[in-house]
Write a new protein. Structure first.
Length: 323
């Protein structure tokens, strides 16, 4: 019994002393990004004609004024499917430059404008996917020009959520590998889903000004910040060498020649040897002090030095009643 009690107390003392060496984990921070640019595109209606697609660049004379191509409220953006084909897609550019660290997770929430006057139709049946875009996203509304190419080999699916307000939600885990190295994402109908219904989702940009404006899309990223304290600089001692004196040119001599040329040694001057250059001062090695998670834990061994004898004495006292 006495030996077991002493072993337990010694283990407690050793375990408490090692608590100060527990490494501190870096907590992830949440970075919220708002779209810096928005655009949406629709199919060019002239492409169905036998003459082919007609764009502004193919017209013989440029129109005197810009023709509004979007039939919807300004500041609204659209993703739609109907008649067995895609009828609208949108693009969102995000400012990834300020992110310092490793992105470990992310979500995208797109609040929806469900007003039929703005084009919304059965958003709860929508099948929208988010794909990465490397090309520059230029703000435009209802353009019939070819949209920027979207890479959908890896994509995230957006799910309709009715409460507390209608919105589309996506887990961006499939896109994290190349998310912050691209210009943004494209929202378009999911080509892998069975598109049996016609649907149309509408959302607002930050520049929308009318009363029907909803909150703009928001991206939230979980970022593990970069820590420079994990890197320890180790000074490297570079070998120093004195400059080498260059000897003057001397006539070559071959072994075994019957006669050697006589040289007046008094006329030969010793080569001037340059003094070694002063070695460049080397930076003194830096001393990095590594702290501990709980500095006060160093007091625990002192406490146990007092408590262990008292506990041992209490556990080893003879409790046999005396007559």
């Amino acid at each position: 019994m006495r030996l077991r009690s002493r072993v337990v107390l010694a283990a407690l003392a050793a375990g408490s002393a090692t608590l100060g060496f527990v490494p501190v984990a870096h907590a992830d921070s949440t970075t919220t990004l708002a779209a810096s640019a928005s655009a949406w595109y629709q199919p060019n209606p002239s492409c169905a004609a036998p003459s082919g697609c007609v764009t502004t660049s193919t017209l013989p004379v440029a129109p005197p004024v810009d023709v509004p191509l979007s039939p919807y409220q300004a500041g609204t953006f659209h993703v739609a499917y109907g008649g067995g084909q895609e009828t609208a897609r949108s693009y969102l550019a995000f400012p990834y430059e300020g992110i310092d660290g490793t992105v470990t997770g992310g979500t995208l929430d797109v609040p929806l404008d469900v007003a039929t006057a703005d084009g919304s139709a059965q958003p709860e049946t929508s099948h929208v996917q988010a794909c990465l875009v490397s090309a520059t996203i230029t703000p435009t509304e209802g353009s019939i020009s070819p949209p920027p190419l979207a890479s959908c080999e890896q994509h995230a699916l957006l799910t309709y959520v009715a409460k507390p307000a209608p919105h589309l939600h996506a887990d961006l885990a499939p896109l994290l590998g190349g998310l912050v190295t691209t210009s943004g994402i494209a929202l378009l109908p999911d080509a892998t889903a069975p598109q049996t219904d016609a649907w149309h989702v509408v959302f607002s940009s930050a520049s929308r000004t009318d009363t029907g404006k909803t909150d703009p899309p928001v991206m939230k990223l979980a970022v593990t910040p970069s820590s420079s304290s994990d890197v320890v600089d180790t000074p490297v001692d570079l070998p120093s060498s004195a400059p080498v004196a260059v000897l003057p040119n001397t006539p070559s001599m071959s072994v075994g020649t019957p006669s050697l040329p006589q040289t007046d040694l008094s006329a030969v001057t010793a080569p001037e040897v340059q003094a070694p250059a002063a070695a460049a001062p080397q930076a003194a090695p830096r001393t990095i002090t590594v702290g501990y998670a709980y500095p006060a834990v160093w007091l625990l061994p002192l406490v146990f030095l007092v408590l262990v004898p008292l506990g041992a004495r209490a556990l080893t006292t003879d409790l046999t009643p005396t007559t």
